[in-house]
Design a protein around this ligand. Structure first.
Ligand code: DQA
Length: 149
């Protein structure tokens, strides 16, 4: 069975490359996604991805992927992670596992980033490994789905 995963990136992540490079690095989102898509393809995994800065649009993406269009979701909801109950509810209702993912180590940053309202309804959380966080999240999902590389 071919595994297909969906990666959803939230607000401001389209600014990677120039946005606070000391925190997030210098790679653009396109570069990071191209790398993770190749990583998946090398393992026979199809990875689709999208970015939106709009909360409702992100909810729609999670509904679509979460009802089985993908077998797992990697979600970097950006700042919405800290307060969006709408995204939390969409994740809670998804029929597939979701891995919350962040480039930065939230525990080492400002207090408001220490809380994720999404984490309790996720399979797990990956944070702090820069662009590698996405690959680690993909690996976590593959292990969970039993198709580990
Ligand atoms: C982030 C962390 C969030 O706190 C922040 O709002 C982001 C990026 C990360 O990937 O480290 O936009 O999700």
């Amino acid at each position: 069975m071919t595994v297909s995963l969906f990666i959803l990136n939230g607000p401001n992540l389209d600014q990677l490359g120039t946005r606070e490079p000391e925190v997030y690095g210098t790679a653009t989102l396109d570069e990071i996604m191209a790398e993770v898509v190749t990583y998946g393809a090398d393992r026979g995994v199809t990875i689709d991805h999208a970015q939106s800065s709009l909360e409702g649009e992100m909810v729609d993406h999670i509904h679509r992927a979460g009802r089985g269009e993908a077998q797992g979701i990697v979600l970097n909801a950006g700042a919405y992670s800290h307060y969006s109950y709408a995204i939390r509810d969409a994740v809670a209702g998804a029929a597939v596992p979701v891995v919350e993912t962040h480039l930065s180590n939230l525990a080492a940053r400002e207090e408001f980033r220490h809380t994720s309202v999404i984490a309790p309804v996720c399979l797990g959380v990956v944070a702090g490994f820069g662009a590698d966080s996405y690959r680690i999240a993909v690996d976590a999902l593959l292990h969970h789905l039993g198709g580990a590389s």
